[in-house]
Design a protein. Structure first.
Length: 206
């Protein structure tokens, strides 16, 4: 029977140069690629993810996000939006807000970056797109665990791990305790937690 064990080598009988090379290889540290925490949890980003649209969703929503959406600064803007707008919501509620933000990135009527969407019209006091960005209240992260949850949910939605068909191509939402006039001109699609979500009519380019 042939043995599967390697042949034993007497290192002391080897020429000095070869012996040095062998010992160098034997004790060389293993090279490991650098991975971000999200790589460990979610694997490679699905940059080609195309949202599965419903019959009433707008066609522009079936567009892969730009590669820049996965950059650290863009994901930070998304996490900020979720934290300050929806940190009291369950995962589904936060994912719905993230989906709205990313839908705007896909929509030609809005900025084509996450940071551009989240902070659009930031200089318009109390009249910007996301109220936390222009309410003159300092944006302090006081709950680190909640912020880490927002980061993870934001990355999942960006990565295509989460897509809510009931929210679909919605680009707007408001809290249940307010009744903005713009809501009357839009199609209500879902209520999740303390937010109501809307889709525009006619393609959503206005």
């Amino acid at each position: 029977m042939r043995s599967c064990l390697p042949a034993l080598v007497n290192v002391q009988q080897m020429p000095p140069v070869r012996r040095t090379r062998l010992l160098t290889l034997a004790y060389a540290p293993a090279v490991r690629p650098e991975l971000s925490p999200f790589d460990h949890v979610l694997g490679e980003p699905k940059r080609s993810f195309v949202p599965p649209l419903g019959p009433e969703d707008h066609s522009w929503a079936a567009t892969p996000l730009p590669a820049s959406a996965f950059a650290k600064d863009e994901q930070t803007c998304l996490a900020n939006g979720l934290y300050f707008e929806a940190r009291g919501e369950e995962e589904r509620g936060q994912a719905a807000v993230a989906q709205v933000i990313l839908n705007r990135v896909r929509n030609p009527a809005y900025p084509d970056t996450i940071c551009g969407v989240v902070y659009q019209n930031q200089s318009w006091k109390n009249r910007c797109q996301f109220s936390f960005a222009c309410d003159d209240i300092a944006d302090r992260i006081t709950d680190r665990r909640a912020y880490e949850t927002a980061e993870l949910i934001g990355h999942k939605v960006t990565n295509g791990e989460i897509w809510l068909p009931s929210v679909g191509s919605a680009t707007n939402y408001h809290a249940t305790y307010v009744s903005p006039r713009w809501a009357q001109a839009m199609k209500r699609v879902d209520k999740i937690g303390r937010h109501i979500f809307y889709r525009t009519f006619g393609g959503g380019w206005d």
